[in-house]
Design a protein around this ligand. Structure first.
Ligand SMILES: [Zn+2]
Length: 96
């Protein structure tokens, strides 16, 4: 929907767009992160949020898509279950 500006389920062209998607709560970090990682040592550990989401909702049927943003902030973090699986063929260049 983000690129086509059309719902793939009902063909509607009426979309709600929420940038960034937020989870209503009473914290001061309302935007939903893609993932988190831990930084610091034994005495002071901080949770760092990485990335976020934009939400696209069809105004007619309700079909929804989340699109990740801020992926340049992503770092592998095995302790929080974040890994990058890259199956790119190293023999192939950027033009396939
Ligand atoms: Zn729809």
């Amino acid at each position: 929907m983000k690129n086509s500006a059309r719902c793939p389920k009902c063909e509607s062209r009426r979309l709600w767009i929420v940038e960034p998607f937020r989870v209503p709560d009473d914290t001061n970090w309302p935007a939903l992160p893609v993932a988190t990682r831990l930084v610091g040592g034994a005495f002071l550990t901080q949770v760092v949020r990485m990335g976020g989401f934009d939400l696209y909702v069809c105004a007619d049927c309700g079909f929804s898509e989340l699109w990740a943003r801020g992926l340049e902030e992503m770092q592998a973090s095995p302790e929080t279950g974040v890994t990058l699986r890259d199956t790119t063929d190293p023999e192939q260049g950027p033009f396939r």
